[in-house]
Structure formats: C-alpha cells, structure tokens
Design a protein around this ligand. Structure first.
Ligand code: GRF
Length: 205
C-alpha cells in the first residue's frame, strides 16, 4: 500500500512537525511530502529540510491578498498529491476558498479543550480562567477559528500555582503524542465525519 501523504504548514519552531517526523514519517504508513510556511525563517522549514522533505514559503508580502496566497499554496499542495494538510502552529487564517478546496482534508491542533479557549494564547486563557483541567484538541478545519469537528482530545491537569512554562511543557508533550495518534487514525481510514451530524466525528476501532 502506498503511504498516506501529508503536507505540514507551520509558522514557528515546529516541535509538532518534529514529533510527526520522528514518530510517523517514513515508517510506511505516513509520508511528510512537504513543509510549508508563511515565515521564511520558521524553524519548521529547517526541520523539514533536515529530514529531506520539500519546503516552500508563502509569505503574505509576496501575494496580492490572502486568496491569491492560498490559491498558490493550494496548487503546491495538490502538486504533491497530498492526502491531508496538517496545520502545526500555522498562524495565518486560511481563506474560505482554501477550506472548501480541501474540505475535511485539513486538520489543526489547539492547546486547549475546545470549545474552551479558542484563538490566541489558549494556555494563558486557561491560566487566567483558573481552570483545573485544560488539554489538547485535534480537529478538522472549517471556516471558523478553532471551530471544526473534533477528532481527538486529551486532558492536561493545571496544578494550583503552576508556572506558565511548566504548563506549556505539559501541554506540548501531550500535543506531540496526540497529533501523531490522530494522523495515524486518519491515515488508517478510521476517522469519518458522521453524514447525519457533520459536527460529529466517528472513529472506528
Ligand atoms: C502548538 O502549541 C499548537 O497547539 C499551536 O501552535 C503551537 C505550535 O508549536 N497551534 P510548534 O511550532 O509545533 O512547536
């Protein structure tokens, strides 16, 4: 069977990308075929290059608008015969046209238990709210911000008085496990959106 082909989009250091490269890539089931970024200096691009993966930069300044940028990025993604687009700290909003073009083929990871604490600084939001439990969500991407159907969630405890860095570390450790697990389930064909209730994702054993 040929490998399930994923493109990872990332704006930052790319530790989630690294976890995917280390835990999934090139072992038969999943192949990272491209790493894309809006930031030419993103650490994620370097991690991709080091793994011998094709990389590309789609900087906002190089395009007339977001639609044009997303069309070019979409063409690149399609040229790689991509099965799934994996957002891993990609800090740009995707155009509705891009979401429609890759409907149910784009996933994101968010450092909170959605629908709690969507958007920026989810860990800071959880600390400010004083919750005892936060976590990590992997979800399909729709037109909203962190609103798409949930594929997998895992809790992270927030001990009283925990330092922000310590909580960040705990959340990131869970992210690195959960993203690879979720991508593996998708690659194995076990993840379906319920046709009767498109908000709901069913996972086969
Ligand atoms: C992660 O916390 C992820 O949940 C969020 O962006 C961060 C990316 O971190 N969407 P990294 O670049 O993978 O280290």
């Amino acid at each position: 069977m040929s490998a399930f082909r994923i493109v990872v989009l990332a704006s930052g250091s790319g530790t989630n990308l690294q976890a995917i490269l280390d835990g999934l890539h090139g072992q038969g089931l999943v192949e990272v075929v491209g790493v894309g970024s809006d930031k030419p200096a993103a650490g994620a691009l370097e991690r991709g290059r080091r793994a011998g993966v094709e990389t590309a930069v789609f900087a906002a300044a190089s395009f007339e608008d977001r639609g044009a940028r997303d069309r070019a990025m979409g063409d690149w993604i399609e040229s790689l015969e991509t099965d799934l687009v994996v957002l891993a700290g990609y800090m740009q909003l995707l155009s509705a046209a891009f979401v429609a073009r890759f409907r149910n083929r784009v996933v994101n990871i968010h450092p909170a238990l959605l629908p709690a604490f969507p958007g920026l600084d989810a860990i800071g939001q959880a600390l400010a709210a004083g919750v005892q439990t936060t976590g990590v969500t992997v979800h399909f991407v729709d037109e909203g911000v962190d609103t798409g159907p949930v594929i997998a969630q895992r809790e992270v405890a927030v001990p009283p008085g925990v330092a922000r860095e310590e909580l960040e570390e705990a959340v990131h450790a869970v992210e690195h496990e959960l993203y690879s697990e979720a991508i593996r389930m998708i690659a194995e064909g076990r993840v379906r959106i319920d046709p009767g209730d498109p908000r709901r994702v069913a996972v086969d054993d």
